[in-house]
Structures are given as C-alpha cells and as structure tokens.
Design a protein around this ligand. Structure first.
Ligand code: RB5
Length: 148
C-alpha cells in the first residue's frame, strides 16, 4: 500500500509521528509537506495529496491540520476523494467499511499521538464492505458528477 501524507503547520508534529510509524511498519509513503512548524495554508497541502490519491498514484492518503476540519474540507473538493475526519477508532473503521474513505484526516490539536497512531493502524487495516454501502458510495459519486 502506498500512502500520500500531508499536513499544515498545525499538524506538522503529528505528521512526523505518523511518518515514523509508517517507516517502522515498512509502509511506502510520500511526504507532501509541510516541512516545519512555520505557518502555511492547509489547502496547499490537501490538494497535492488528494490529487495523488484521486489519480491512483497513491492508494490512500493521510492529512493532518490543527483540527482536521479545514484540510478534510479542502481534500473533499477533489473529485473521487472521500476524506474522513476521525478522532476515534470506531469511526476510522466505519469510514473504511461503510464509506470507502480514501483519505484519513485528523487534528493534532484534538487528540494525542498515541490515539492517532491507533486510528491510523485501524484505518489502514479496515476494508470496504461493499454491498449496500457500494450503492451509497456510488450515489456520492453521482452527486459529484451532477455538481461538476
Ligand atoms: C491553523 O491555525 C488551523 O486553522 C488549521 O490547522 C486547521 O485547524 C484548520 O481547519
């Protein structure tokens, strides 16, 4: 599995922690920035990660900002992206099983690093269940088509 990861300054420290976990686990990734705690704009990092996932170049994405809100809203503007903001393992699992989320968003200012890593582990291990959920995800894609 190839992961595209990005953050703004508000998520930089947690991104580094997640990268450490990906390295330790042997999961391939590309860090799309940012590269320090200097103030930046989260859409500038949501866009390349979302494009990398939507194009199929990367299988899934992880985006982090202060709250996870701005960066997930921005990522969800890219066609084909289903970015899920998750701050607990139950939602992380459901976002894969029910929504086929292809980007996990988190907020560094909201949760601790320990929980964040558990969320990442759960999210990466969970699979889309298809069935009735397939129909609903297809309807999301139809909305995207209609609105573009
Ligand atoms: C940056 O201060 C902060 O607004 C950003 O990281 C994020 O929380 C936005 O949704």
């Amino acid at each position: 599995m190839r992961i595209a990861i990005g953050s703004d300054h508000g998520g930089y420290r947690l991104k580094q922690k997640v990268i450490e976990f990906l390295k330790e686990t042997g999961i391939e990734y590309k860090d799309f920035g940012c590269y320090s705690c200097e103030s930046v704009d989260y859409p500038d990092f949501a866009l390349p990660v979302a494009k990398a996932v939507a194009s199929g170049e990367y299988d899934r994405g992880i985006l982090i900002c202060g709250t996870g809100i701005g960066i997930s809203i921005a990522a969800n503007k890219v066609k084909g992206i289903r970015a899920a903001l998750c701050h607990d393992c139950f939602s992380a699992k459901a976002s894969r099983q029910h929504n086929d989320a292809n980007i996990l968003a988190m907020g560094e200012r909201v949760i601790g690093q320990g929980l964040a890593i558990e969320i990442v582990k759960t999210w990466l291990a969970s699979k889309f269940e298809g069935g009735r959920h397939e129909r609903r995800v297809r309807k999301i894609m139809e909305i995207e088509k209609e609105e573009s």
